[in-house]
Design a protein around this ligand. Structure first.
Ligand code: ATP
Ligand code: MG
Length: 367
């Protein structure tokens, strides 16, 4: 039976994570009010570096379980340079969530907004509108970041592993092709590019082979391939030609920052991390301690991540109102830039976190 009430686990976290999360929840509520047809209940979970400093725990007792029973998880940002675990690493309970819930599909939309900084002189750069799919549980991050172990680590040699598995890669490519189908309806592109280094690494040839195998089920989608080095060049030469791109973990880490830089900065970089049964949504930026508590942070990365979350819930439940609410938020942001009534300080504008959020709300619910 379809349920129209959803539980959202919310972790505000540290630094600007707190401000941008509050802004996002207010906007998601405004979109919900404007559309109707579903309701959201927020379950706030304490976690992060500040919480660790106060309590010695990086997430509240049973916090991971609470997140696991929610329909979606929203996270602001976690980590403060001054607070560390005993081993000297930064506080990172969210990385445990990613591993625990196997959030393999990292979704990074990259879109140019009118009047936001444009790094390329070519006028076609205004049409940049793509999504990078970054595999997030294996690849070259597997041994190091994900499992914190090294196959060989002696005084003379250190190795890391590039791990590509069939089950995860099949699901990742299916997810990618389905996303391209969805965007085809919305934007008329319907293209997927597999970014790899299949000419050098067996693991990457395997990644591409599975891409080909899965593509057979999606004949309506144009598929192409590119080597990661050529893709870096093409992101500077002709980024407007791409739609959906899929790649392993580290290639995605690097290229999503490059692509993000083309269309503004960290304050626009939304992110979804999606697995078979769970989805976590957060801005791609960190806690930015240099500007925390000053109402300077651009909340749009978080706000656009909130829209991704609504879209995810729409797919999961089949409730169209959720997709409508996501679109209302995206359209409000786009229209605000177009009319120059959204002018974040991050881009040299005069509007702080609260002013930007208020303008988005005004556009959702004209008063
Ligand atoms: P992490 O290790 O969590 O990725 P980081 O050290 O890479 O964090 P971020 O917190 O992502 O750093 O931010 C880097 C810098 O970019 C910040 O110091 C800040 O000046 C700027 N910045 C990041 N996010 C925003 C934002 N939403 N609005 C304005 N400026 C931002
Ligand atoms: Mg960073």
């Amino acid at each position: 039976m379809k349920t129209s009430s959803f539980q959202i686990a919310v972790i505000k976290g540290d630094g600007i994570g707190i401000d941008v999360t509050e802004a996002t929840m207010a906007i998601v509520d405004a979109a919900q009010n404007s559309v109707g047809g579903f309701s959201l209940n927020y379950n706030y979970i304490s976690a992060g570096a500040g919480y660790f400093k106060d309590t010695g725990k990086d997430i509240e007792t049973n916090g991971e379980e609470t997140a696991g029973t929610a329909d979606a998880i929203f996270l602001g940002a976690i980590g403060l340079p001054s607070v560390r675990y005993q081993d000297g690493t930064e506080i990172s309970p969210h990385l445990r969530l990613r591993d625990r819930f196997q959030l393999y599909a990292g979704v990074r939309p990259v879109r140019a907004y009118p009047n936001a900084p444009q790094r390329l002189a070519d006028p076609r750069a205004r049409d940049i509108d793509m999504v990078i799919l970054r595999e997030s549980t294996e690849g070259l991050f597997y041994s190091a970041a994900v499992h914190n172990r090294c196959p060989i680590e002696t005084n003379d040699e250190v190795q890391d592993i590039m791990r590509i598995t069939r089950p995860t890669t099949e699901k990742l490519h299916d997810f990618t092709f389905k996303l391209a189908q969805k965007r085809k309806n919305r934007r008329g592109k319907g293209k997927v590019t597999c970014v790899d280094k299949a000419n050098v690494f067996k693991s990457m040839a395997f990644f591409r082979q599975i891409f080909d195998e899965r593509s057979i089920n999606f004949p309506d989608i144009d598929k192409s391939y590119s080597y990661v080095d050529a893709q870096a060049l093409d992101f500077i030469r002709r980024p407007w030609d791409f739609d959906v791109l899929v790649m392993e973990n580290m290639f995605g880490d690097i290229l999503s920052d490059l692509a993000g830089g083309l269309v503004g900065g960290m304050g626009m970089a939304a992110c979804g991390e999606i697995g078979d049964n769970h989805g976590l949504f957060q801005p791609a930026h960190g806690s930015a301690p240099d500007i925390m508590g000053q109402d300077k942070a651009n909340p749009l990365a978080a706000i656009l991540s909130g829209a991704l979350m609504l879209d995810y819930l729409a797919d999961k439940s089949g409730i169209q109102a959720l997709a409508d609410a996501a679109k209302i938020i995206e359209d409000a942001v786009y229209a605000g830039f177009e009319a120059n009534t959204i002018r974040p300080m991050e881009f040299g504008g005069d509007m702080g976190t609260k002013a930007v959020a208020k303008e988005v709300i005004n556009r959702i619910r004209p008063n």
